[in-house]
Design a protein around this ligand. Sequence first.
Ligand SMILES: C=Cc1c2[nH]c(c1C)Cc1[nH]c(c(CCC(=O)O)c1C)Cc1[nH]c(c(C)c1CCC(=O)O)Cc1[nH]c(c(C)c1C=C)C2
Ligand SMILES: C[C@H]1O[C@@H](n2cnc3c(N)ncnc32)[C@H](O)[C@@H]1O
Ligand code: SF4
Length: 451
Amino acid sequence: MDTESQLTRLGLFDARVPRYTSYPTAPHFGTSFGQARYIDWIGQIPPGSAISLYVHVPFCRRLCWFCACRTQGTSSDAPVIAYVETLRAELALLRRHLPAGVRLARLHWGGGTPTLLQPDMIRWLTDAIFETTPLAEGAEFSVEIDPSEIDAARLDALAAAGMNRASIGVQDFDPEIQQTIGRLQSYDLTRAAAEMIRDRGVHSLNADILFGLPHQDPARIADSVQKLLSLSPDRVALYGYAHVPWMSRRQQMIPSDAMPTPQERLRLFEVARQLFLWDGYAEIGIDHFARPEDGLAVAQREGRLRRNFQGYTDDVAPVLLGLGASSISRFPQGYAQNAAATGAYTKAIRAGQLAVHRGHAFQGEDLLRARIIEALMCDFRVAQKELEDSFGLSPAGFAALMRPVADRFEGMVRLGPEALEITREGQPLTRMVARMFDAYDLSKAGHSGAI
Ligand SMILES: C=Cc1c2[nH]c(c1C)Cc1[nH]c(c(CCC(=O)O)c1C)Cc1[nH]c(c(C)c1CCC(=O)O)Cc1[nH]c(c(C)c1C=C)C2
Ligand SMILES: C[C@H]1O[C@@H](n2cnc3c(N)ncnc32)[C@H](O)[C@@H]1O
Ligand code: SF4
């Protein structure tokens, strides 16, 4: 049987599964999660330790139809200025609870479009952040940049504040596809943005592109990937387009009949993957590629690759604080998420309260299952010894947990005494394999397809 027939038999083209940027996934966070617990977890951060900070900016000048991110359109700066004020107020609240001497190993601004912030807003925000938690030695400060919404003044302000990594949204270079997904962005504009970013000494440039877009075919995705390679990104995220018009109303503008089939999506991914590999990129997990000298590729080779809400990371900080509407924080004790709607978030903060309204405290087998899922997503492999060292799982316990999964994915997943491993041909099944270790009820979460 050829690989595609085997993947068909195993259900790849019919399954709906999460992307596992956390375990449990966000739909399973409870609503009865109180401020008190969040404050308690913040108080338990070791004094003088390094943590990470994510800042969410839920505004865009343009609203691309394909986009499933939590963001809203605005033509004026007024809501953005008000939002930055709220972020500063949230930081002031955090300062009351943070132990002394905490520093930032990583700072990431995402969205939405953080580059909607004008230079003076960038300075207000970075001043408030660094007053709360200064950057640690060797820290990384990364910003998501829309090539259509950036100029020299804003880049200068970001570089002066210490930005040393940047991520640009590309999605696809084909004009017809851009029309269909409601995001026009010429190659020349994208190239100019990449050059402006590099001119400011930003040492690492990431780009996001998508497979599975309407009207995409192997020739078109190959052309887009070649154009992207001509910009020499250090890292690339090759995401599968998630068509979830029931969750993201803007996507109703995209004709469903122009969408490739799941089988075609797999071929599109393979075409793009081959081009990155031929150009010398290392394959990172299920959807990233990185130059061999890039931190992600090094972390992967050394077994230090991790998964978080931004996808893959080499961040080892045990705490990630999420600031802004809808942001999720991760602690050794569990997850906490701010109110998703900007209005509800603003109301809480302006009333002098933190805006956490959902969360999950790890319990029972959560941490064991979370680690198994993370190891599959990062390394396509789960090692018995690691689970024994970390969770006391015996060889017999390991075999009992893994055997049903190896049987379910026979031929694509190998089980030995030392490890469970997904084969190269089986890699498209990774989220389905991970799902086997998910103990929560996934029937109501409305996930997109497995490929
Ligand atoms: C920066 C934008 C995006 C983030 N994730 C995605 C995008 C485009 C992709 C995505 N993530 C989820 C879905 C829903 C359907 C699915 O395939 O599962 C899509 C299309 C899952 C998701 N994203 C958020 C939540 C609460 C969930 C459900 C939980 C899960 O499946 O893990 C919110 C969320 N996503 C992103 C951010 C920054 C964010 C806010 C905290 C990134
Ligand atoms: C932050 C990144 O999220 C990706 N992104 C935005 N919307 C979607 C979607 N519906 N499906 C997959 N990826 C998406 C884009 O590539 C963007 O650059
Ligand atoms: S892709 Fe970027 S610019 Fe477009 S709507 Fe989404 S967050 Fe905004």
